[in-house]
Design a protein around this ligand. Structure first.
Ligand SMILES: [Fe+2]
Length: 385
């Protein structure tokens, strides 16, 4: 990777600071709840992103390192079987201890230790792991915003976070044609990428046209009003079952008040802005909408090849592609091999980035993934025909 040491140290310190900055609008009580298993408490994100550096960098490379508190290695491990036991995911919100103050002290302790390590040692292994830790923390910064929005949006008081991360109207419109042929996708050796993006390879595409704009709230409201949520012909079987079990009638956060649709945003409950892209849709909803339009979702290869033709970065875009290993995918041995590879089943790929993606974290080869029923992430729809 050959990243200069000083850049890694700078990126490390600014990333650590940004996570704490995102929490500034929170009151102490906001750090604790876990309303559903998918949504982790902000306190847990603060601890877990710190644990990653302690577990994988300091305990491996700092010979005299003493953990801040050995129990924290158990509290803040997420899913790494190779790194030992952990608090069950669905119980993260039951912990009133360690306190937020202790977790912030933990952050300070580990940040200083990593900074000291970076000043004293220059090995490529350390730089690579710290860089992975930085990108891991950036990923959690985005999850933190999904989770704060859910924690705020699902309680009667619907508190206001602030007017950050607002969407804007898509400026482009119409369709762009892409000629069929052999194209190349996947990350090459320029800059950082996760293991799941590596394995640059050829793909064969047929002719297709891709929409330059994300689907708007106006178009999605037309879908709702024309019976999109009551016509099983548009839905996957599992999607239809989910709709019925969950009582879905609209995207997450939409509510009808006095006959009018509104939605919860980070800056409070608002009337639907028909010009903005629709967000908080599941893969099932994105697919049903596409079927209603006699279109489909792009495959991830179609998305990546066409990505220079449109601007992206407002919402993660569902693709029709299952999350599978690329040809030549290499899963590292040990705990870090658990980062991506073991999730390559029952998930769909999303491409692009969202307004909550930290600066410097987006790239056109990035393969995000979620289960098809998930919709608390900042996800939208782009169509292909
Ligand atoms: Fe994580």
């Amino acid at each position: 990777m050959n990243t200069p040491k000083s850049d890694v140290c700078f990126d490390f310190l600014s990333t650590r600071k940004r996570t704490e900055h995102l929490c500034l609008p929170l009151e102490l009580e906001d750090f604790i709840p876990q309303p559903i298993p998918d949504v982790s408490p902000p306190k847990w994100h603060l601890g877990h992103t710190t644990w990653f550096f302690e577990q994988f960098v300091l305990l491996n490379f700092e010979s005299n390192y003493t953990p801040f508190d050995p129990n924290f290695l158990f509290f803040f491990n997420s899913y790494y079987q190779n790194a030992g036991e952990r608090v069950a995911r669905n119980l993260r919100g039951t912990l009133s201890r360690p306190t937020v103050k202790e977790v912030l002290n933990y952050r300070q302790y580990v940040t200083s230790a990593v900074e000291k390590l970076l000043i004293n040692q220059q090995s490529e292994d350390i730089l690579e792991l710290v860089t992975l830790g930085i990108h891991h923390e950036m990923q959690h910064q985005e999850l933190l915003m999904y989770d704060i929005k859910y924690i705020f949006g699902m309680q009667p008081a619907q508190p206001i976070y602030g007017n950050s991360f607002e969407l804007t109207q898509e400026l482009q419109a119409g369709w762009k044609d892409v000629e069929g042929g052999i194209y190349e996708i996947g990350a090459q050796n320029e800059g950082f990428s996760y293991d799941n993006e590596k394995g640059h390879h050829q793909v064969l595409l047929n002719d297709y046209s891709i929409s330059q704009a994300l689907v708007s709230n106006r178009e999605y409201l037309d879908f709702i009003n024309s019976g999109g949520y009551t016509d099983f012909n548009l839905w996957h079987d599992e999607g239809w079952a989910t709709l019925q079990n969950q009582g879905w009638k609209a995207p997450l956060y939409w509510q009808q008040r006095a006959g009018n649709w509104g939605y919860f945003t980070l800056s409070g409950f608002k009337e639907i802005d028909l010009h903005l892209p629709v967000q908080h849709v599941s893969y099932f909803e994105a697919s049903a909408f596409a079927a209603w339009k006699n279109c489909r979702l792009p495959t991830e290869a179609e998305w990546e090849v066409a990505s220079p033709l449109f601007s992206w970065g407002q919402l993660w875009e569902w693709t029709g592609s299952a999350y599978l290993p690329y040809p030549g995918f290499f899963k590292a041995l040990g705990a870090l091999g658990e980062y991506n590879g073991k999730f390559m089943v029952n998930q769909h790929v999303l491409r692009g980035a969202s307004v909550a993606t930290p600066p410097g974290h987006a790239r056109k080869t990035y393969r995000n993934f979620f289960a098809p029923q998930s919709r608390w992430q900042f996800s939208g729809i782009r169509l292909v025909k």
